[in-house]
Design a protein around this ligand. Structure first.
Ligand code: COA
Length: 241
């Protein structure tokens, strides 16, 4: 759950991006925007298990996209040297949690996950993002917002006053969380979803794209529609630990 504590601002420097897919390249865009303002920021390269032992290798589209950006995959996730500043840019919350656990087991200190906030994001003074947060262009977090580890806030999303987000939450583009929303761990909030004030979204829940959440969503439940209604539930044994 939420382990964020107010701390010093991130120290600009080279950052390794874990995951070379779309989320990874979007994260690279955040890093590039930061580097335009402060050249101490840079991308040290991508790590992706596609190039690891038994991996399928990078697909042609990904390789071409990385080449256009002038960056490359320098190894697989297990090759991250403990202490290296990094972010986990993998969109799926459960996969992100799994990688975070594996890195911790390999001795990576929690604080080596850096916070990247796009310069165009609007972030209030009383907002604390936990280690590894990536906040993309045009996102807003107003006041008294707290997040756990490795939360992704994608373009244009709004986190209103007093929202709490757990670990490994994905806030898709255009999501609106009204005031005082409480989001559990590993939740996916789909593109354009809206959550009304004070609602609670349980661990491992999924809010479908475009949904309007008017009631609390229990753990592991997927809801869709306006107003949001359950589509399905992940059995506890199918949920990530
Ligand atoms: C809710 C969601 C997780 C369901 O995925 P799924 O389990 O694979 O569901 P399916 O695509 O098989 O659809 C099942 C049913 O739900 C409906 N449905 C799916 N997503 C819906 C949504 N967002 N709103 C309304 N209905 C939806 C489908 O039309 C289908 O209805 P039917 O059975 O009457 O044909 C997914 O559709 C979704 O919205 N994901 C969010 C993705 C997103 O925003 N990603 C952002 C990345 S940046």
């Amino acid at each position: 759950m939420i382990a964020a504590v107010p701390g010093p601002p991130p120290v600009p420097g080279p950052v390794t991006i874990i995951g070379a897919g779309g989320q990874g390249r979007e994260t690279h865009a955040v890093l590039a925007a930061l580097a335009r303002l402060d050249p101490r920021w840079s991308c040290a390269g991508f790590l992706d298990d596609a190039v690891g032992p038994g991996g399928p290798g990078l697909d042609d589209d990904t390789a071409a996209a990385l080449a256009r950006l002038g960056v490359e995959v320098i190894g697989h996730v297990g090759e991250l040297v403990p202490g290296t500043p990094h972010v986990i840019a993998v969109g799926d919350p459960s996969s992100r949690a799994r990688i975070d656990r594996a890195l911790a087991a390999a001795g990576c200190p929690p604080e080596s996950a850096v916070v990247l906030v796009d310069p165009s994001a609007v972030v209030g003074a009383d907002v604390v993002f936990g280690p590894g947060a990536v906040v993309q262009a045009g996102a807003t977090a107003t006041t008294h917002v707290r997040t756990g580890r490795h939360v992704h806030v994608n373009p244009g999303a709004v986190l209103s006053h007093d929202c709490r987000l757990g670990d490994h939450v994905s806030v898709s583009p255009g999501v609106v969380l009204a005031g005082g929303v409480d989001v559990g761990d590993r939740v996916l909030l789909g593109a354009g979803a809206t959550v009304l004030p004070g609602r609670r979204i349980g661990d491992d829940a999924v809010v479908g794209a475009g949904a309007v959440v008017t009631d609390d969503v229990p753990a592991g439940v997927t809801v869709v529609g306006v107003p949001a209604r359950p589509l399905g539930t992940r059995a506890p044994e199918d949920r990530p630990a």
